[in-house]
Design a protein around this ligand. Structure first.
Ligand code: AMP
Length: 480
């Protein structure tokens, strides 16, 4: 089925052809006719489903009539992070190649001056993170009374990052008669409440992740001691021993750990870049760019910084930490094995992670194979200087929202509950060489057996045959 039956304009259809898209994805097929009919749409879909084009393409068609006035944008797209906002801008540039529309990106981390100038010229499409948008509004540089279409993208991430009060405020500032397009991967009660309050009789369109039946992700667990330096050593072994490693994303639970691991990998001669919430905008964009182009082989990232980014298929995902939330695990490993290609996801598991691991296996409905003997709590005392106290250092819960404002532009007005509860669990500061010398490993077999080649043993318990079914399953909504 082609795009021709959806009601899109000729200009848009020719841009789609130039992009090389042959047929609409399910969310595009279902949502576009309703957007063109000016209906409110609730799209339950995550990144990778083609949802950006699902709102961009019909918006471009609608924008062909009428023109922008100074300081009064015609459409507004809210994104939780600067990178996502920049990604949506790229989509408007790509799909709007045949249009003469003014697109403005209003995000933090860059000066107000250029943004003011753009707003003054008149904007057809305003793409913004909530904080910077409100800053412009409060400075009197922006009127939201001309908004015809409001898009709220990645709403559940807005919730994670504490932006819901900002979103509510913005929804009250735009005209009641606007059309609202609302996208979220999950529908927790807070998000449902927003939908009930601000959308008018929306059409509900729901799609699951577009994994193909041929998708194959090999998942493995590698046992580690509890200390960061032990995990770093294991990780280096995994990277060096990995078969067919083209590129990899390495996920950490904390941004401090991202920075520390990045420094360590670079010191050990790896081609690595980092992505976390404390980096400035230019550094983040440059890191992503290097990774996308293949100039850097490894991207070390936190969940909040990486979620939703359109990063091309990677051959390997390493979980330096087991994520505290099982759905983060699903998001992380979904970065590899896309479009029928094979991928490998290896998770480094410390004794303290057993509960998080149980939660992942419960959610995914499968046992993940161990590549080495699991180290149970209390087993790894040789590397331990402080007895069981060491365990507590890694015991902080509430990984989601830990970065809070990561990727956006100012402090959320309300911190996420998880972030408030999370203890600040700073990474170890000793140098690796010093620590490694002073603390001999009690379980060298864990490290020795942890290379992917060693993981091909026949006694691995897990059955991978139902992986595709699991990946096709929608991710359940989080508990409130
Ligand atoms: P999104 O879910 O919006 O992040 O899109 C994921 C990726 O799918 C992007 O790289 C798009 O360029 C691509 N894409 C979107 N729509 C289509 C389509 N109809 N056919 C092929 N690729 C598409």
């Amino acid at each position: 089925m082609s795009f021709s039956h959806l009601g899109l304009s000729d200009k848009v259809l020719s841009a789609i052809e130039a992009a090389g898209y042959k047929s609409p994805t399910p969310i595009q097929d279902q949502a576009i006719p309703h957007v063109l009919a000016r209906r409110d749409v609730l799209g339950i879909a995550q990144t990778g489903t083609g949802k950006t084009a699902a709102f961009t393409l019909p918006m471009l068609t609608l924008l062909e009539s009428g023109r922008a006035r100074a300081r009064m944008p015609r459409t507004l797209i809210l994104e939780p992070t600067r990178e996502l906002a920049a990604q949506v801008e790229d989509s408007f540039i790509k799909y709007g190649a045949n249009h003469k529309l003014n697109v403005a990106l209003i995000i933090g981390g860059v000066s107000f001056g250029d943004q003011d100038a753009k707003l003054t010229r008149g904007v057809d499409v305003l793409i913004a993170t909530p904080g910077r948008l409100l800053d412009h509004f409060e400075r009197g540089k922006l009127l939201l009374t001309g908004i015809e279409v409001l898009v709220i993208d990645e709403a559940d991430r807005m919730l994670d990052m504490g932006f819901i009060p900002d979103i509510e405020r913005i929804c009250r500032m735009v005209p009641f008669t606007r059309q609202t397009l609302f996208f979220s991967a999950t529908m927790p009660p807070e998000i449902q409440r927003l939908v009930d309050t601000f959308l008018h009789n929306p059409v509900r369109v729901e799609v699951s992740r577009p994994a193909t039946a041929a998708t194959t992700i090999t998942q493995q667990l590698v046992a580690a001691g509890r200390e960061s330096y032990e995990k770093r050593e294991i990780l280096r072994g995994l990277i060096r021993g990995a078969e067919n490693l083209k590129n990899a994303i390495i996920f950490c639970n904390r941004k401090s750990e991202v920075a520390q691991l990045h420094r360590s990998l670079v010191k050990h001669g790896f081609s690595a870049v980092a992505l976390h919430g404390d980096m400035d905008q230019t550094a983040r964009m440059s890191a992503l760019d290097q990774f996308r182009k293949g100039d850097a082989q490894l991207l070390i990232a936190s969940d909040v910084a990486a979620r939703g980014l359109d990063i091309p298929d990677v051959s390997h995902v390493f979980n330096f930490d087991v994520p505290h939330h099982p759905d983060d695990y699903v998001h992380r490993i979904g970065r590899t094995g896309r479009a029928g290609r094979s991928g490998t996801a290896i998770t480094i598991v410390a004794p303290i992670d057993s509960k998080s691991l149980d939660a992942i296996e419960k959610l995914t409905g499968q046992k993940i194979a161990w590549a080495s003997e699991p180290v149970r709590a209390g087993d790894d005392d040789a590397a331990d200087t402080g007895g069981r106290g060491g365990n507590r250092r890694r015991g902080g819960r509430g990984g989601r929202g830990r970065e809070g404002r990561d990727g956006s532009d100012r402090r959320p007005r309300r911190e996420p509950a998880a972030a408030q509860a999370a203890p600040h669990d700073e990474a170890r500061t000793e140098t690796e060489s010093k620590t490694a010398q002073s603390k001999p490993q009690s379980k060298p077999q864990s490290r020795n057996q942890s290379s992917p080649r060693a993981q091909k043993s026949n006694d691995e318990p897990a059955d991978m045959s139902h992986m595709p079914a699991f990946l096709l399953r929608p991710i359940p909504a989080r508990a409130p």
